[in-house]
Write a protein that binds this ligand. Structure first.
Ligand code: KG4
Ligand code: ZN
Length: 334
């Protein structure tokens, strides 16, 4: 197959991301516009505002990306866009632009599952992992362990029964009175505190399976703040203990997943993959047991267009590009 040039569009939440990938030359360019400032005043993402801003940003970002990659739209072979999960209105902007552009250029439009983008994003690194590997997907909406055999070969090993890890970070940050976006701010504060001064549970640590639960942890934090002797100076210590509890569970279950599958490579993806403490602990614990951990570059941890273009290019290359919305959900457990 001759090298294919693929444009990727990400608009599932509050980031407009565009990526340009060549199946032979790799990532040529990508651009990102984050709406954090737009939503900060509301303490969270306002779906209606998110959709409208995607409309404003998406075409200029496509132009910029094409220019930065030194290519013209007419050279494109396929367009991948995030089809879900995400905010309906926001997703529709990317889908409408992707499908229309593909129609005008007479090339396929390929819906890409958002989590597949995250899952394959560590392969954008200079030293990418090789199949097969275990993926720990930790984002704002999902906490999942998957066995990844090849592009499109994903087996769900375990997931959260309630809140996702990122969601727990965000909700806990909110109840501690921290500004949006809570996760990274809470994690920064945790760096100034000492874990162990408070005692929080490690939910489902000994459940004997690869399932997670994080909603009780958030409630335990709330209970700690309600104690009469609790003061604002203790917030960094409480944040540190919260982070350690999440990291303890994620590390233990990731190790168990490697053991269960007999694999030695762990790939971490999604926004929480940017967490410094998680990176430190996983690197130490997995390498001690002879395994390897791969993290996406920080810029590819949170939502971005490069990962969607890359996932789409890998599907095109593997002959698994299905130009239908149903096809995108091939990521579902087997
Ligand atoms: O993958 P992502 O950008 O979006 C989703 O697909 O959900 O993940 C966003 C999540 C948010 O919950 C955010 O608080 C969390 O990732 N996050 C972090 C850190 N950076 C982002 N959580 C903990 N520590 C961080 N450094
Ligand atoms: Zn995401």
């Amino acid at each position: 197959m001759k090298p294919q040039l693929v444009l990727g569009i990400e608009s599932s939440c509050d980031e407009t991301g565009i990526g340009l990938v060549c199946t032979q030359r790799g990532l040529l360019a990508h651009r990102l516009f984050s709406q954090i400032d737009l939503h900060a005043a509301y303490g969270g993402v306002v779906p209606e505002l998110a959709s409208r801003d995607h409309v404003r940003r998406i075409v200029p970002l496509i132009r910029e990306t094409m220019q930065a990659g030194g290519c013209t739209l007419q050279e494109l072979d396929a367009i991948g866009y995030t089809t879900g999960p995400g905010l309906a209105g926001a997703l529709l902007v990317g889908a409408a632009v992707g499908e229309s552009l593909a129609l005008a250029l007479n090339i396929p439009a390929i819906p890409i599952h958002h989590l597949e983008g995250h899952l394959l994003s560590p392969m954008l690194s200079v030293t990418p992992p090789a199949f097969p590997f275990v993926a720990l997907l930790v984002s704002g909406g999902h906490t999942q362990l998957m066995r990844v055999g090849a592009v499109g070969d994903y087996e769900l090993l375990g997931e959260s029964v309630d809140d996702a890890a990122g969601e727990a970070f965000d909700k806990t940050a909110k109840l501690l009175g921290l500004p949006y976006p809570g996760g990274p701010i809470l994690s920064k504060l945790a760096g100034q505190g000492v874990a162990g001064k408070f005692k929080l549970p490690r939910p489902m640590l000994h459940s004997g399976d690869l399932m997670f639960s994080f909603s009780g942890l958030k409630t335990a934090v709330l209970t700690a703040t309600k104690k009469p002797d609790f003061s604002a100076e203790q917030i960094p210590d409480l944040a540190a203990e919260f982070q350690e509890a999440v990291v303890d569970v994620l590390c233990a279950k990731a190790r168990a997943a490697l053991l269960q599958t007999g694999l030695s490579q762990l790939v971490v993806a999604g926004g929480v993959g940017a967490n410094t403490r998680l990176r430190e602990r996983l690197t130490k614990e997995i390498s001690k047991r002879g395994g390897n951990v791969f993290f996406p570059e920080l810029e590819y941890c949170s939502d971005n267009g490069a990962m969607i273009a890359f996932a789409c290019a890998m599907r095109v290359q593997a002959g698994k590009a299905v130009p239908s919305v149903e096809g995108a959900f091939a990521i579902r457990p087997r």
